[in-house]
Design a protein around this ligand. Structure first.
Ligand code: PGA
Length: 256
């Protein structure tokens, strides 16, 4: 079976208004429909999800949350559950993003969230990535620990709806020139699959999509795809520029 290629937009806490969100979404509808070889996922802030869902009857774009809590409902002020995301039509959820980890989320919490999202049938986009690279290779054990603890006890059959997004923190929010190089991305893809093989089994490890994120832009997207051997990208700032997002969709569509 041919591998799927993903382009996942992480809008983060943007834009400020619903009308801007609609405009942004409208700007990527056509390019997403044209890119038949790419699975396009848009992860807007929670509050925009229902409106975008209602306004869109196409199939070319899936919607996702940028986070979710581990309980289904209850006294958890400010939280949103996987069941709620599912109810408004989201099918994906980003978990363990470094910006959330930076606000205090630890591996144990990410683990609980992965389990809760999986139980609701959401596809989990699990983010892992080191803060910096040390010469001793400590970042590799750091990534291994992030994966192992987030996926601890997960049954192999449940890993079917799992996407790993490798996002080195030092490469996030910069520009294409400062992003990771394709060869280094490739090394990390191999490493992540090795860890997944240890945690599950080889077929699961080979089947799981591994994405890269961190300053992916039209300028470096194709090079990273071709030589990084990733299954696609998790994109922040360039996903909020419809022209850039459309250019990346078209490039990945041709290359897939
Ligand atoms: P960036 O963000 O594309 O702006 O680097 C990626 C991310 O944080 O998911």
């Amino acid at each position: 079976m041919a591998r799927k290629t993903y382009l996942i937009a992480n809008w983060k806490m943007n834009p400020t208004t619903l009308s801007e969100a609609k405009r942004l979404f409208d700007g990527v509808k056509k390019p997403a429909a044209a890119a038949r070889n790419v699975t396009t996922v848009i992860c807007p802030p929670f509050v925009f999800l229902p409106t975008l869902m209602r306004a869109y009857s196409g199939k070319a774009i899936a919607l996702g949350g940028q986070n979710a809590f581990f309980e289904k409902k209850g006294s958890y002020t400010g939280e949103v559950s996987p069941a709620m995301l599912k109810d408004v039509g989201a099918t994906y959820v980003i978990l363990g993003h470094s910006e959330r980890r930076g606000m205090g989320e630890d591996n144990a919490l990410v683990r609980k969230k992965v389990e809760a999202a999986r139980a609701e049938g959401l596809t989990v986009v699990l983010c892992v990535g080191e803060r910096e690279r040390d010469r001793g290779g400590g970042y590799l054990s750091f990534i291994e620990e992030e994966l192992a603890s987030a996926l601890k006890g997960l049954e192999p059959k449940h890993a079917r709806r799992l996407i790993v997004a490798y996002e080195p923190i030092w490469a996030i929010g910069k520009s294409a020139e400062e992003a990771m190089h394709a060869e280094e991305v490739h090394e990390m893809v191999i490493f992540i699959r090795k860890v997944l093989t240890k945690l599950f089994a080889k077929p699961v490890a080979l089947a799981a999509p591994v994405l890269y994120g961190g300053s992916v832009e039209p300028a470096n997207c194709l090079e990273l795809f071709d030589h990084g051997h990733v299954d696609g990208f998790l994109v922040g700032h360039a996903s909020r520029v419809p022209r850039d997002f459309a250019a990346m969709l078209a490039a990945l569509d041709r290359a897939s």
